[in-house]
Design a protein around this ligand. Structure first.
Ligand code: SF4
Length: 238
């Protein structure tokens, strides 16, 4: 992904050729941008004049902060609208995501798309990311040290996108986003908060789990309806 043509194609595939914030950057977003500049590796493909979103992408693409870079095909930055009002956060790339460079592909990705559609959301209207950007071997759970190294990337994505609500899919995503070891069952049906912006977080089951346990889809539907109501009750930003 080092050569500019391939990189441009990749950015184009994600629909993120140019970063245009939908509102002025908050102090938190400005701080995130500064943090990106501080950690982004200096290279010909990530000049200091690059826009903050592209700089963050380059930072993730080239990241070697934890050992997971050794086994990845590529880091999976995330995909979707940078003007998204909803952000979806999952655990980590699986085998197919690692290969394609996209989050939530395959059967679980199709179910995610259907779950979003059930509450009136087009997949490309949300931003989809994972707690970890690189695939853990054998799809094992992330290690705390890996999360500690990678979570700042997600924090910076949240600071730049400024979603109004985060949907956390699955136990691992929820526990690591919220810094808790509580069970997923106990985290459902409650509005949590993430990051300096106190972004509301609603927790539900991971689509991959629902494919293995279709009897739990009813509970997931309850969670989605809860999230939709939480979003509807948010105070207007205008
Ligand atoms: S998982 Fe995150 S911290 Fe680890 S190498 Fe990948 S991008 Fe870097």
């Amino acid at each position: 992904m080092a050569d500019p043509a391939r990189r441009a194609a990749y950015l184009g595939a994600l629909g993120i050729d140019q970063w245009v914030p939908r509102r002025p950057l908050t102090p938190v977003a400005v701080a995130a941008v500064a943090a990106v500049a501080a950690v982004a590796p200096a290279s010909a493909s990530s000049p200091v004049t690059e826009d903050p979103w592209s700089a963050l992408q380059a930072c993730v693409r080239d990241c070697r902060r934890c050992g997971l870079h050794e086994g990845r095909t590529q880091a999976v930055f995330g995909a979707g609208s940078r003007a998204a009002e909803w952000m979806v956060v999952g655990e980590a790339p699986g085998e197919e995501e690692d290969r394609q460079g996209e989050p939530f592909v395959g059967a679980s990705g199709q179910l995610l798309t259907a779950m979003l559609a059930a509450i009136g959301l087009q997949r490309d209207s949300v931003f989809i990311a994972n707690v970890l950007k690189c695939r853990p071997p054998g799809n094992r759970d992330p290690k705390p040290a890996e999360v500690a190294e990678c979570l700042p990337h997600l924090e910076q994505q949240v600071a730049m996108v400024q979603p109004r609500l985060i949907l956390a899919f699955g136990r691992v995503a929820a526990q690591n986003l919220l810094g808790t070891e509580a069970t997923l069952g106990s985290l459902r049906g409650v509005v949590h908060r993430f990051g300096p912006l106190n972004t509301p977080v609603v927790v539900t089951y991971h689509p991959a789990y629902l494919l293995r346990s279709p009897g739990e889809k009813r509970k997931a539907w309850e969670d989605l309806k809860f999230a939709r109501q939480v979003f509807a009750d948010l105070p207007s930003r205008d």
